[in-house]
Design a binder for this molecule. Structure first.
Ligand SMILES: [Zn+2]
Length: 381
C-alpha cells in the first residue's frame, strides 16, 4: 500500500536539501566531494542536486580544480552573472538601490534624492527607480526585492508603519505594492538591521551589539547572542525620540527635547553655519573654529548620554555608529566616550566603532537578508 505521506514529503525534502547545498556553496566554493562532507548529504544526493543547480543556473563550475581521491574535480561556485536581488533603502536622505548576486556581492549602485517628500511621490519614485534598474539588466533573472526602510516597520506584514519625514506616510503596504507591480517577492526590513547585516564578518564580541544609524534621524539595531531584537510582530525599537532634555528644543515629531532633535546631520551642520556642507564643516573644525567644534561636541554629548542608557539596558560589547557624517562623530569621540564612561553603570564601557558610511550599507544589507531568506525558505526551487 502506498504511504500517502511520501509523494508530498519527497519534493519538500528535495527542496530542503537543495537549499542546504546552495547554502553550503554560498559559504564557500567547493568540489562536490567537499560539499558532501560539509553538508552530510549522500554522494548521490549531492551529485544529482548539484547538477540541477547547475542546470537552473544558480551555480557554475569555476575554472578552479579541487582534488578528490587523487582525481581532479571541478569547483562549484555561485553564478555571479545571473539571478540577482535588488537591495533598496528608503530614507529621508534619499532612495538607494544596489544590484547584488546571490552572494550579495554588489554589481551596481544607484542613488537619487527624494524629489517630492510625500506618500505618492515617494512610492512613484521608488517604482520608477526599480523599473529602471530591472530594465538595465533586461534578460537577467531577478529573484526578489529587499527593502530597508527608516522609521517604524512591521517586518512580518511587510508594512512601513510610520516615516514622519514623508507627508501622509503611515501604514504603507510596501510588500503588497511592490509585489503587485513587479511580480517578484518583496521583503521589508528595518534599516539599521540591514546596515549591520552589510558589515563584513561580525566577530564573536559583536554578537552583543548596538548599532546606531545616524543620518537625517537615528535608527537603532540591537542584538543579543547574535539575534536581532524585535518587539511584537517584528516591529522595531526606537531611540531617536527618547527625551534627552524634556524642556529642550522642539522636535518635528511634536515632542520636546528628543535625541534626534539634537543629533542629526542637518542640525549639526546648521549649528556651525546655516546651509553648511560636510566639507566646510570639517575644514572649520580642523581650523579650530568654535562653532564647528562646539556643534560636534554637543552632538557627541547627547549621543554619548543616550548610548550610556542603551548600554545600561542591553550591555553590548560594541556600539557601532554608522553615518555618512562619521567624521563629525570621530571629532566628538572623546566627549562621546567620556559621557558613556561616566554614565554606564559598573563594569567596563563598550567598544565604540565609528563607521563612515558610503550611504549604501542599508540597501546592501537588504540584499544580504533577502538572498539568505530566499535560500533558507527554499523559495528558489
Ligand atoms: Zn521627536
Amino acid at each position: 500500500m502506498k504511504n500517502p505521506g511520501i509523494p508530498k514529503a519527497a519534493p519538500d525534502l528535495r527542496r530542503h536539501n537543495m537549499a542546504r547545498l546552495l547554502s553550503a556553496v554560498l559559504d564557500g566554493a567547493d568540489s562536490k566531494r567537499g560539499l558532501q562532507e560539509r553538508t552530510g548529504l549522500s554522494w548521490g544526493t549531492v551529485s544529482a542536486l548539484a547538477n540541477e543547480l547547475l542546470r537552473k543556473g544558480y551555480i557554475v563550475e569555476t575554472g578552479k580544480e579541487g582534488f578528490s581521491a587523487g582525481r581532479k574535480t571541478a569547483v562549484l561556485d555561485v553564478n555571479a552573472g545571473d539571478h540577482y536581488v535588488v537591495g533598496l533603502d528608503i530614507n529621508a536622505s534619499g532612495l538607494k538601490a544596489v544590484v547584488c548576486d546571490l552572494k550579495a556581492r554588489v554589481a551596481e549602485r544607484f542613488r537619487e534624492s527624494v524629489a517630492n517628500p510625500e506618500r505618492n511621490g515617494v512610492i512613484g519614485q521608488l517604482k520608477a527607480l526599480i523599473a529602471s534598474v530591472l530594465d538595465r539588466y533586461r534578460g537577467k533573472k531577478f529573484l526578489a526585492l529587499g527593502v530597508a526602510v527608516q522609521g517604524k516597520v512591521d517586518t512580518e506584514a511587510g508594512v512601513s508603519l510610520f516615516l514622519p519625514y514623508f507627508a501622509g506616510w503611515t501604514n504603507i503596504d510596501l510588500r503588497g505594492i511592490l509585489e503587485r507591480e513587479f511580480d517578484i517577492p518583496a521583503y521589508i526590513y528595518h534599516d539599521p538591521d540591514c546596515v549591520m547585516a552589510s558589515l563584513s564578518e561580525p566577530r564573536a564580541d559583536d554578537l552583543n551589539y548596538v548599532l546606531l544609524r545616524v543620518e537625517k534621524g537615528i535608527g537603532m539595531s540591537v542584538a543579543t547572542g547574535g539575534r536581532i531584537l524585535t518587539g511584537s510582530r517584528g516591529i522595531n525599537a526606537e531611540i531617536g525620540h527618547t527625551a534627552v532634555d524634556p524642556e529642550g528644543i522642539q522636535c518635528y515629531c511634536g515632542n520636546r527635547g528628543c535625541l534626534e532633535a539634537y543629533v542629526n546631520a542637518e542640525r549639526i551642520l546648521n549649528e556651525y553655519k546655516r546651509g553648511a556642507d560636510l566639507e566646510s564643516f570639517l575644514a572649520a573644525a580642523r581650523r579650530g573654529d568654535d562653532g564647528a567644534t562646539g556643534a560636534a561636541l554637543e552632538a557627541g554629548r547627547y549621543l554619548g548620554l543616550a548610548i550610556s542608557t542603551i548600554c545600561n539596558i542591553f550591555n553590548p560589547a560594541t556600539v557601532f555608529i554608522c553615518s555618512s557624517y562619521g567624521q563629525i562623530f570621530e571629532l566628538a569621540r572623546a566627549e562621546l566616550e567620556k559621557q558613556i564612561k561616566n554614565h554606564v553603570f559598573g563594569g567596563k564601557p563598550p567598544r565604540v566603532a565609528i563607521l563612515q558610511s558610503d550611504g549604501f550599507a542599508a540597501a546592501a544589507g537588504g540584499a544580504v537578508f533577502t538572498a539568505r531568506r530566499l535560500i533558507d525558505e527554499s523559495r528558489l526551487f
